[in-house]
Design a protein around this ligand. Structure first.
Ligand code: DGL
Length: 264
């Protein structure tokens, strides 16, 4: 179990780079191998059966890189297929749902929590179940926001159209008087400004990726897997397709230059 082995992170596409960004900030010396299934993205609208098949294959891609831990950055996979990854992995697995749910319960005072995510994530009720597992007296209000993913990929981060759509999606949640909103999708942290302004400060936003970075740190320590090196880490990026404007969009998610991206 040498702890300088990389942490493996996978997602349905490039959105999971927001989770890598949170990881590199919290754990600046960890080596990371990222795999984005860009050829088959989006997973959000697909059936749980298909997402489970893809999740098994994504796990194998990372295991081939001798990773010491697997982080399932994709909310949709974490919601419907975490057990598939756990069964195959032979290394610790961290998904984004439980850390996001725990952070939301800690944040909420009124015990009225909103959750936004893909259709697959919301249909699975995974956040709702995880939140109630922590505190059964919390009320959860969920809303699928499928248009957010293409809007973010288009770069329409502070766009009028995005504001209108966000208002349409989030208005029902404001009526429920939520005080906390879980951003239950890899892409949504990039819409924090728009979402925050639609909610007019009435709810605190919880970034599930950010919460997951904390969970990864705890898990590394629990297994004695933290990389003792203080050198600049190795970040490697693999994808199943290199679509147009990949680097531009990827760098927006990662918050820094991507470097070499290899197709597998
Ligand atoms: N990565 C997905 C998630 O967090 C969003 C994109 C997709 O639908 O594949 O649920």
């Amino acid at each position: 179990m040498n702890s300088d082995r990389p942490i493996g992170v996978f997602d349905s596409g490039i959105g999971g780079l927001t989770v890598v960004r949170s990881l590199t900030r919290r754990l600046p010396h960890e080596n990371i191998v990222y795999y984005g299934d860009t050829a088959r993205v989006p997973y959000g609208p697909k059936s749980p059966q298909v997402v489970r098949e893809y999740a098994a294959e994504d796990t194998e891609v990372l295991l081939a890189h001798n990773v010491k831990m697997i982080v399932v950055a994709c909310n949709t996979v974490s919601a419907v297929a975490l057990d598939v990854v756990q069964k195959r992995a032979r290394v610790p697995v961290v998904g984004v749902i439980i850390p996001g749910a725990e952070a939301a319960v800690q944040t909420s005072r009124k015990k009225r929590i909103g959750v936004v995510g893909t259709i697959g994530t919301v249909r699975s009720r995974a956040y709702e179940n995880a939140i109630r597992q922590v505190d059964s007296s919390v009320q959860v209000f969920s809303k699928a926001c499928p248009l957010f993913v293409p809007l973010v990929e288009e770069g329409w981060i502070n766009h009028k159209a995005t504001e209108l759509i966000a208002h349409e999606y989030l208005f029902p949640l404001t009526l429920e008087k939520i005080d906390t909103l879980v951003l239950g999708c890899t892409h949504y942290p990039l819409l924090q400004n728009v979402i925050g302004s639609v909610l007019k400060g009435a709810a605190t936003l919880v970034d599930s990726g950010e919460a997951t970075a904390g969970a990864v740190e705890r898990e590394l320590d629990a297994h004695g897997l933290r990389n003792p090196s203080t050198l600049k880490p190795n970040l490697k990026f693999f994808v199943s397709d290199i679509p147009h404007s990949f680097s531009e969009v990827g760098e927006r998610f990662l918050g820094q230059k991507l470097g070499v991206v290899k197709k597998v």
